[in-house]
Every structure is written in structure tokens, then in C-alpha cells.
Design a protein around this ligand. Structure first.
Ligand SMILES: NC(=O)C1=CN([C@@H]2O[C@H](COP(=O)(O)OP(=O)(O)OC[C@H]3O[C@@H](n4cnc5c(N)ncnc54)[C@H](OP(=O)(O)O)[C@@H]3O)[C@@H](O)[C@H]2O)C=CC1
Ligand SMILES: O=C(O)[C@@H]1CCC=N1
Length: 275
């Protein structure tokens, strides 16, 4: 793992989260290089994590490079145009974290079947608590899959998919998921403040409740439904609250995941128009 060179295209939120998680796992800063047009974000990453900061494009890659595409989906045609020769001439493994963009689109943009893996990580990767879904094209070898597995299992849990179409669902659930959980926290906090609790206490109580419950569910062999029933006394406070959640929550979850997955597919279609 330490011999591997990890090359980021893009220095934004997701690159930062992954680099933070990698550095906590003692991947040396010198084996990570970050490319972005401006020095704004890559400069900050170099300063904070000791990674190498480079302009937007590399002429040549170090041996054993894993290139992680972490710029916006819609920029992929232009960026792969710039990186095409570099990627085609080496033996780099190309990992895209871009939402929506299919591996077939990526190889079509490159005009060659280089090794492509799609990854959908999430921002808790920055503290080693990420959830990453991976999909490898058929030509990606077992040792390349191991390499990708090692990189992302270093920053959290890893789940492989064999049907690429489900990457949009994984994106809707886990890539976007931290934002849903944070919105839920905000809503709980605000509701408690409305009832008179001070904001600091409301925030801390909401956070510890979500954290403690997630840890309990992760540690327990029981299903979320079974654990929920343990909290719910007949005729008690939880039953009263749950009756309200049940009216809306499941249909809302279905609509939210459908909207997010559809947006992933739309991002992919947009790329077709621009390409
Ligand atoms: N944010 C998230 O939670 C998640 C995001 N993703 C995916 O990660 C990718 C990046 O998202 P995010 O980090 O949020 O986006 P940001 O907008 O935070 O970062 C985008 C980065 O791309 C860089 N960039 C722009 N043009 C180029 C170029 N020509 N060459 C190299 N780099 C370039 C920008 O450079 P500069 O610093 O100069 O502005 C910036 O650093 C997206 O594809 C998204 O779908 C996947 C999972 C979760
Ligand atoms: O919102 C987005 O499109 C990206 C992908 C998943 C999380 N952030």
C-alpha cells in the first residue's frame, strides 16, 4: 500500500475527505499528489496533510499510480481530454468518484479500455467512518481490485456491486446520505428548541441520540425494527411520536432516494449531450 501513488484529479470536498482519512491511516503525504487548476484547495491540502500539490494536469505519472477522479461529473469530458495521453500511455488504474458517470462513458471518453473502477464514497471517510460502494469493469484484474479495496477500506467500509446500474442507488443512499442524516439532526434540534430546550443542549442530545443508536444498531444482531420495538412501550411516548413519523417517513425516503438516483442518471445524460 505504501508503494502506491495516489493521484487526485480535484482538490474539493471529496478529495479532502479521502485524503484526511488516508493520512489518519498513515499513508504518507509524499505518496499522494493532488491536481487542481487553482492553488486554493490543493494548497490548503498540501499545507494541512503534507500531500504534493500540482497544477491541473500531469504529463507523466509515477509507477503504480491510482488516479482518483474527484472533480465534477460535468467536467469529465474536458478533463479527460487533457489527461487522455497521460492515462493511455501508462498503466494507471483509474478510479472515478463522479456521481452518475458510467464506466462505459469513461472508457468512451478516453477512447481506450484502460482499467476503470467506479467508487462512491461519502464524507465520513474523513474520520475513517466512510461507506464506499465500488464497481469494477470486467477488464480490471483481481490485484487492481485489491488495491482499490485497500484504499477505500482504509477510510471506512467497502461494498462491491456487480450491477453498475445500482451505483445510482448506492449514490442516493450512501453518497448523499450524510446530508440526509445532518438534515434530520437539524430538524430534531430545531423541534426541541421550539419546545423550549436551549440550542446547545438540543444539538448535543440529538447528536448523541443518533450516534448512540447507530452504534447500538451496528453492535447488535437484532434488526433496526426489533431494536425500535424495544424502545416503544404500548401507549407510551415513543408510540405517540412514531405514529407521526410513520405517516410520512417511508414514502419520503422512497421519494428522496428516487429523486437522488434520477439526478445521477440525469448527470450521465447531460454528459452524453456535452460529449
Ligand atoms: N461531496 C461529496 O459528498 C461527494 C462527492 N462525490 C463526487 O466527488 C466529485 C467532487 O465533488 P466535490 O468534492 O463535492 O466537488 P468540489 O466542487 O468541492 O471540488 C471540485 C474540485 O475539482 C477541481 N477541478 C476543477 N476543474 C479541474 C480540472 N480541470 N482539473 C483538475 N481539477 C479540477 C476544483 O479545483 P479548484 O480547487 O481549483 O476549484 C476542485 O478542487 C464529484 O464528481 C462528486 O459527484 C462523490 C461522493 C460524495
Ligand atoms: O451531491 C452530489 O452530487 C455528490 C454525489 C454524492 C454526494 N455528493
Amino acid at each position: 500500500m505504501t508503494e502506491q501513488h495516489i493521484v487526485f484529479i480535484g482538490a474539493g470536498n471529496m478529495a479532502r475527505a479521502l485524503i484526511s482519512g488516508m493520512r489518519q491511516r498513515d499513508i504518507p503525504g509524499e505518496s499522494i499528489q493532488v491536481h487542481a487548476p487553482s492553488t486554493l484547495h490543493r494548497g490548503a491540502l498540501a499545507e494541512e496533510f503534507g500531500v504534493r500539490s500540482r497544477p491541473a494536469q500531469a504529463e507523466k505519472l509515477p509507477e503504480n499510480s491510482v488516479v482518483i477522479y474527484a472533480a465534477k461529473p460535468k467536467q469529465m469530458p474536458a478533463i479527460l481530454q487533457e489527461w487522455g495521453d497521460t492515462l493511455r500511455s501508462g498503466s494507471a488504474l483509474f478510479v472515478s468518484v463522479a456521481a452518475g458517470v458510467s464506466s462505459t462513458q469513461i472508457t468512451a471518453l478516453l477512447g481506450e479500455e484502460i482499467s476503470v473502477v467506479r467508487a462512491m464514497p461519502n464524507t465520513p471517510s474523513q474520520i475513517g467512518a466512510g461507506a464506499t460502494t465500488l464497481f469494477a469493469r470486467a477488464n480490471v484484474g483481481a490485484s487492481q481490485c485489491d488495491t482499490v479495496q485497500q484504499i477505500f477500506s482504509g477510510v471506512g467500509k467497502v461494498f462491491w456491486l456487480h450491477d453498475e446500474a445500482l451505483m445510482d442507488t448506492a449514490t442516493a443512499l450512501a453518497g448523499s446520505g450524510p446530508a440526509y442524516v445532518l438534515l434530520f439532526l437539524e430538524a430534531l434540534e430545531d423541534a426541541a428548541v421550539l419546545q423550549g430546550l436551549d440550542r446547545i443542549t438540543a444539538r448535543a442530545l440529538a447528536l448523541q441520540t443518533v450516534l448512540g443508536t447507530a452504534q447500538m444498531a451496528a453492535a447488535s444482531p437484532a434488526s433496526p425494527s426489533e431494536l425500535r420495538h424495544q424502545v416503544t412501550s404500548p401507549g407510551g411516548t415513543t408510540a405517540a411520536g412514531l405514529a407521526v413519523w410513520e405517516e410520512q417517513l417511508r414514502p419520503l425516503a422512497q421519494r428522496a432516494l428516487a429523486a437522488a438516483a434520477e439526478r445521477g442518471r440525469a448527470l450521465s445524460q447531460l454528459l452524453k449531450k456535452d460529449a
